[in-house]
Each structure stands twice: as structure tokens, then as C-alpha cells.
Design a protein around this ligand. Structure first.
Ligand SMILES: [Zn+2]
Length: 449
């Protein structure tokens, strides 16, 4: 393995240039900028390392699928990535062009470098290094790179259902991973699910002079009253049955949480808050953050909110709500529960529009994939790795892994200040090179476990 690691050091400049080239190609899914070109470029990068590549078309942007066979009867390791990026705006806050991939002080700055191009290219480089030095791979590898992650992976579910055989593998490395403030690499084993809805309240058939508020129904108050029945100040969601299927944490998950470093003071001061909800701290804070579902108001719209005074009785009001779900909450049962709850509380007139729904996914910390990720990290990184049971956010984990029974774990080249989705997104070049080494060692460790 030492020779593989040496190869990576010897070819670092080339691997950095390869990443810069991909970052210089914009791929903004939301604006349909450069998508086909980027898919072609990723396919070419994979072909250059000897992969059998297919561009699988979808009603949106294509999925780049690639495979390199390992020993017959051996294991298969998958990599999930995305080649699309968030829009770079606001441009004036960038210190260099978001698509210049400029290097400053050991960092590469580019939109999409952390999320998710460096992870994608690091995996390609790792496979290349291993093959060049050892002649062949110890496991079969599969790459799945979609082009719609930043717009909700809209066609990934259909792709997964139609291509279960292409996806099939013994373990899948999720798109991302990062180093925390203490320099430890963090690998997470799952994602929360989501139920995203809009609630709409309607009053009279048009806005009215607010003098009529004495006698006309108010859509805004209807919505406020309805929302007030969803969650109390104790943070409990009041939809009957909401918590029924929440899977209790396993002992192994509790242990991971206990070992997970969390600098509460730094987190609070970075946000300018005095305390977390309910004054939570320690284990109850970690458990609520990662293992409990949420009911969050994302946005609220009604009436006049401009300068000065406008006395008006608005006839509509709407809000957007996301419920981050945990295993085994069924998003569609929660949706039904929300409807019945509103009906029972006298809000049958509040309309619900479904925007997004997906299950949570979590991998058993005892899975061989997790052991391999940890063992490889211990060989490459100076600091011991941290494994967390799940991310607090959502993603298509259930679509690609949960539904198909594939374990997954994160690994990646980002760090705590990578600024994904924000101006001056960046990675540290040293982390990128270490990330390549981590994946190269992982190939061997995964073959062994
Ligand atoms: Zn993203």
C-alpha cells in the first residue's frame, strides 16, 4: 500500500489540475448551465481510468454510471456523487471568480469544489492510483454521479428503481465527509427523511379594507391558529401518531453520539444565541439534533410587508413546512396524519400541497463497510475518525441505499469551513490529497472485512 500512497504524492499536481479543470466547467442544475458538458467531462475522466461508462438519460440531466471489475466473486464498492452545483450568486461576495478554481494559501476556491466535485475526483484518482501501482483492483467499483442533487434529485428515484442491478453493491460511499474543528475526519451513516408541504388558507374572494376585519374571516389568522396546533412550546409535534414509528436508538448509535465531539459553546457563539431549545445540552442535545424528527416553518407569506402602512385584510396566507423524519417514519402516513389532525382541529379548510417526501436511511454502525472506512481512516489520517449515526439533513439515501438494502457511509475532502452553497466555497488541498489516500486504502480494507 505504501507504493500506492507514494504514487498519490508523486501525482498530486496532476490530481489537483484534474479537479481544477472540472471546477472550471460550470454545472448549475437550477439554471441549466453546462450540464451536458459536465456529464460528458465526468464520463471522460472515468473512461481515462479504464471504466466502462454509460450516460443514463433521465427526463432531466443524465446520470453518469461507470464500473470497473475487480476479482470474480469479490466485493463491490459503490460511490455516489453529483456533478451539479448550486448557483454561485451573490457573485460580489466571491474573492475570485467562482469558476476560476483559484488556488490561494493551500485552498482551492470554486463553486462546487466541496459540494461535490473534489469528492468525485478524489475517488477517481484513488482508483487510478491503486490500479497503476497494483495492476488491478481488489474489489469491483461502481460510480453513480447524478446531475440533480442540488435540485432535489428529482429523477434519481426512477433511475434507482429502473437500474437496481446497476446500483447493486456491498457498500456505498456517500457523496461527502469532512474534517471537524479538531482535524478529525467525520463519516456519517445516514440521512434524515423529509416531508415538505405548503399550507394554504383562504378567506374572502379578494383582499378587503381592514375595516372589515370586524366581520370578515381572516385567512392569516386561520393559518396562525392552525399552525399553533402543530407544535407547542415544549417542542413536541402534536400530530397524533407522529412519533409512533420513530425507531429507538441502538446501543451502538448511543455510543457513537457519546463519542461525537460537539463544541456547544462555539456553535452557540457562532450563531449568536444563548441556548439551544429547551436549554438542551450534552447527550439530550445530540439525540434531539440527530435522532429526533422536526417540524420547522421554512417560510410564511401573507398580506402587506412593505414600507409604511397599508390597512388590508389579506384573503390568502401560506406557509412552507419541513418535517425532517427519522427511521421508520413513513412520510406519507405523516402527511395523512397532518390532514386528519387539521380536520379534527376544525381546519378542514386549510389546503395541504405536497412538495417533497422521502424516508430516512441509516446504516448499522457494525456493518463491515463502516469498519473498513474507519480502518482506512486510521491508516491515513493523523487524528482518529469520528463516526456519526446520521446527518441532521436529508438526501436521497433511502432511494439509493435504504430501499435496496445497501449500507452506506460518508467519506470526503471537505472541512468545517468549506462554505458549501455559500460564497468562497473551498477545500484545503492537503485534505484533498489525504481524501484520495483514504479511498485508496479503503479499497483494500473493504476487500478484507
Ligand atoms: Zn449541496
Amino acid at each position: 500500500m505504501e507504493h500506492v500512497l507514494q504514487y498519490i504524492d508523486d501525482h498530486a499536481d496532476e490530481f489537483i489540475a484534474r479537479l481544477q479543470e472540472l471546477c472550471r466547467q460550470p454545472s448549475i442544475a437550477a439554471q441549466n448551465v453546462g450540464m451536458e458538458e459536465t456529464a460528458t467531462m465526468v464520463a471522460e475522466l472515468l473512461r481515462r481510468i479504464g471504466a466502462e461508462v454509460r450516460l443514463v438519460s433521465t427526463p432531466g440531466y443524465p446520470v453518469v454510471y461507470a464500473q470497473i471489475a475487480g476479482p470474480p466473486g469479490g466485493k463491490t464498492l459503490g460511490f455516489y456523487n453529483h456533478y451539479d452545483v448550486q448557483p454561485p450568486e451573490p457573485l460580489e461576495l466571491w474573492k475570485s471568480d467562482p469558476f476560476a478554481a483559484e488556488i490561494r494559501d493551500g485552498h482551492i476556491y470554486a463553486r462546487g469544489v466541496a459540494d461535490n466535485k473534489a469528492n468525485l475526483v478524489s475517488r477517481i484518482c484513488a482508483v487510478e492510483a491503486y490500479q497503476r501501482v497494483k495492476g488491478s483492483l481488489p474489489v469491483t467499483v461502481k460510480f453513480i454521479a447524478e446531475g440533480e442533487e442540488e435540485i432535489g434529485s428529482v429523477n434519481l428515484k426512477t433511475f434507482a428503481r429502473q437500474n437496481a442491478e446497476l446500483i447493486a453493491c456491498d457498500g456505498l460511499i456517500w457523496e461527502s465527509g469532512y474534517k471537524n474543528h479538531g482535524g478529525q475526519p467525520v463519516s456519517s451513516l445516514g440521512l434524515k427523511g423529509i416531508l415538505y408541504v405548503e399550507l394554504h388558507a383562504h378567506g374572502a374572494n379578494s383582499d378587503a379594507h381592514s375595516a372589515n376585519a370586524a366581520v370578515l374571516p381572516s385567512a392569516v389568522w386561520r393559518l396562525v391558529w392552525a399552525l399553533n396546533t402543530l407544535k407547542g412550546p415544549d417542542e413536541r409535534v402534536l400530530i397524533p401518531g407522529f412519533y409512533d414509528n420513530v425507531r429507538p436508538a441502538t446501543d451502538a448509535e448511543v455510543r457513537l453520539l457519546e463519542e461525537m465531539p460537539l463544541d456547544e459553546e462555539a456553535w452557540k457563539s457562532s450563531l449568536g444565541i444563548d441556548s439551544f431549545v429547551l436549554g438542551l445540552t450534552g447527550m439530550p442535545l445530540k439525540e434531539k439534533y440527530l435522532l429526533q424528527p422536526t417540524c420547522n416553518l421554512c417560510g410564511f407569506g401573507a398580506g402587506y410587508t412593505g414600507e409604511g402602512l397599508k390597512t388590508v385584510l389579506p384573503n390568502t396566507a401560506m406557509c412552507k413546512i419541513d418535517f425532517r423524519l427519522v427511521p421508520d417514519q413513513d412520510p406519507f402516513k405523516i402527511l395523512d396524519g397532518l390532514r386528519s389532525h387539521l380536520d379534527d382541529q376544525g381546519f378542514g379548510d386549510i389546503e395541504i400541497k405536497l412538495v417533497d417526501a422521502d424516508w430516512a436511511q441509516r446504516t448499522d454502525p457494525g456493518d463491515p463497510l463502516v469498519k473498513a472506512v474507519v480502518a482506512a481512516a486510521k491508516r491515513v489520517y493523523a487524528k482518529p475518525p469520528v463516526v456519526v449515526p446520521t446527518m441532521a439533513g436529508s438526501g436521497p439515501g433511502y432511494t439509493l441505499c435504504g430501499e435496496l438494502g445497501i449500507p452506506s457511509a460518508g467519506a470526503g475532502t471537505g472541512y468545517y469551513d468549506s462554505k458549501a452553497h455559500a460564497p468562497n466555497e473551498n477545500i484545503r488541498i492537503a485534505d484533498y490529497i489525504e481524501g484520495i489516500k483514504h479511498i485508496a486504502v479503503l479499497l483494500e480494507e473493504f476487500a478484507r472485512v
